[in-house]
Design a protein around this ligand. Sequence first.
Ligand code: SF4
Length: 437
Amino acid sequence: MFCTGFLLSPSATRKPNTLFLPENKNQLAAISPTIPQCWAILENPLTNSIYCKEDCIFQSKSVAIPARIIIFASAPMTREETLRFRDQLVAWFRIHQRRLPWRQTKDPYAIWVSEVMLQQTQVKTVLPFYQRFMQKFPDIQHLARADLQEVLKVWERMGYYGRARNLHKAARIVVEEMDGKIPEDYLQFRLLPGVGDYIGAAVFSLAFDKPHPVLDGNVKRVISRLFLIESPMTTSSSTRYLKERASQLLDRSRPGVFNQAMMELGATTCQPRKPICSECPVSLFCQSCQTGRQHEIPVTMSAKAVPTYHLATGVVYRDNHLLITRRNTRGLLGGLWEFPGGKVKKGETAEQACLRELREEVNLSVEILGRITQVKHAYTHFRIVMDVFRCRYGSGEVVLRGPVDYRWITTEEIDQFPFPGANHKFIPLLLNQGTNE
Ligand code: SF4
């Protein structure tokens, strides 16, 4: 038994059939400022529909009445419109697409690698990484044979290292358990580490021409604008709805090229802040553009405040060598190497935190010689401010608590290890200094 609902704006300036699907009070609060008067409608199939003001939707949620979601969105395209939409989009793509290396092949491995890299990263950033990666690991056997550290080294500075670890793990499974052949069975492929809906649909449509609609951020934005969807793209109900629309639009006779065309349109023309509707091949089908509202869609949630953490890190010198430690392969920056350190606790100075962290994490007593620099770095969900100290080894032998490995290295050897981006911000200072304290 559940009860849920949708919101519909009665404002005369809005189409009455636009979609709102808030899933909780915060989402509603994020949307509400854009909607002068919201009304919630709960439909109970056993009784009559209930109409109430926006607050009621949440009170009613606690009432155990059966209900179903009715989506009020702009009208879907007719069959004829859909056919014309597909033709115009694909014709545009054939002429205007960017010539990218992974578009010149049907090799599922090459396409898989590119799609993993393209998750959360833009094409222009991915290009040099992709080329280096394919040179070093030209096929799945090379990747499976490689040590994780080699893979992370090639991936270094692209971020989201979990993608690299999963791809490496999946390559080993394919080689060891599937005779080195990427499965052509969709469900089997989806079971591999790191293969979600997006990667599965992209690889299967692009490499094998199987009819799976892709739904990356670009495609979600295009569909939201095409159908004037006034609900944040990130909610699960919106995702379900977007999937449905993506599936209806998909050209099943040429899913690979159609999916690429949708992604390309979002990446190059239907851009987040400045959609170039005057150059869009499907503007006549786009309800946001036709009503002049393309800049309002997609609706965004108010951004959460991003916390900032203060860290202290020690570069420990001992006999012309520096200490580095390796992070556990699970979790953030897993498998990368770094200089030891950690969070500054409340009431501590950064120097005190550095001495404590070195004692706790690697069992060393050191003398702080001075601060090398302060580094600021942003991750997806938080930021760090890191004080980096030059330290002289005092006493103790390394015993690891947290890290899984360590090395005493010279500055010439730094380049052999993959480090997080924040460490790269001060490594050049160490290289200038050499291994002298
Ligand atoms: S017309 Fe404009 S808003 Fe609509 S899909 Fe094209 S670029 Fe995007």
